[in-house]
Design a protein around this ligand. Sequence first.
Ligand code: NAD
Length: 429
Amino acid sequence: MGKNDVTNTVGENDNENENLNLFTSTQIVIHDALKKLGFTENAFEILKEPVRMLRVRIPVRMDDGSVKVFTGYRAQHNDSVGPTIGGIRFHPKVTEDDVKALAMWMSLKCGIADLPFGGGKGGILCNPRTLSFGELERLSRGYVRAISQIVGPTKDIPAPDMYTNSQIMAWMMDEYSRLRSFDSPGFITGKPIGLGGSEGREEAGALGAAICIEEAAKIRGLSIKGARVIIQGFGNAGSFIAKFMHQSGAIVVGISDVYGALYDPDGLNIDYLLQRRDSFGTVTSLFDGTISNEELLEKECDILIPAATSNQITAKNAHSIRAKIIVEAANGPTTIEATKVLSERGILLVPDVLAGAGGVTVSYFEWVQNKQGYYWDEKEVRDKLRKKIVYAFQQIYEISNNSNVNLRVAAYMVGVRKMVEASEFRGWI
Ligand code: NAD
């Protein structure tokens, strides 16, 4: 199994799995999926780490005249199918292992949505809340200069992620165009519409998750109209999902942010909450009588949507979850151990690599539109997204039934297959 020996960790001491970082847990599930598909250990050797990982130091002139040096990363997991693609996050706690795991997830999402890409991811250690507009611009441009040798529209295509937005994508695209002295909108996705961005890109991640919610509800014979929904996190993902669920007639009974949770069994006033949330996805501090995030996760509901952060459903609370369906809109909200408990309890859990594949799918659409110089309207983008996500969902559900594995392992099986086959054709395995 190679020196990482992830298989030895599986099952040897199940409680230890709760403490694994996202990178190691991702390796474990990839290994499981490869085994189920009958691929050799060589396949795991090639997929267990990104093929390329660049660490850069970025000097930035601060507003007070001093120079501060920031650390950044860009990981490219696997480029056997095509160029790599994936977001850039600005975060004070982003680690090299996080970026590696996120690049691997992007590969899986590309496989699941059948896109002609492998996964990439970038990150800069910084606290964007403390940076001025000018400092953010200089940092964004500095990052592009630092990674410019390994990225490009036919090599590795960045996109927005946590705390990065269309303005940051615009600065990055402009910097890349200056370096290459030609206009290259396809270098990056998630741009403003006026600079070659795609209709529907901003809410694509949430729409992909909402489509998965509808598919999961059909399987459980549940109508979305009147279904009781709890959403953890009210940021970009959570708030759009709340809006879509509310528009579809679901009753959103609980939402939360990092400071606490709101719960009302009769339904919350979603329009009001959407109006009052700030740009960081905070709203609960405006209310008295909030409950904790831990309490919210254990409230009874039909559909629970973790849309905040990783490691929220663990071996500690998995037995107390009272939802029929869980759809992971956040990356890595459920640990391996909790996934096992939930499947044993018959709770349908739609994994992050499937529920979160909407964002990269519309990034692909943006890249295609940039290449052809012909732009689609929102309906066309949404219809094409729905077709891809519904197909991926049904394929994964069928594999899960036929191979008797949970939806997470089935999703990984679909996610790795094309990469392994492409690597075999290239003679890498
Ligand atoms: P965001 O920063 O816009 O919002 C995060 C929300 O979660 C905020 O409301 C914040 O207060 C809350 N939060 C943070 N830590 C929390 C904690 N410990 N407990 C409870 N709430 C907490 O981020 P986002 O773009 O909405 O992304 C959220 C998650 O979804 C991430 O895992 C991200 O990678 C993933 N994501 C999902 C999509 C999608 O739409 N499916 C798209 C991009 C990212």
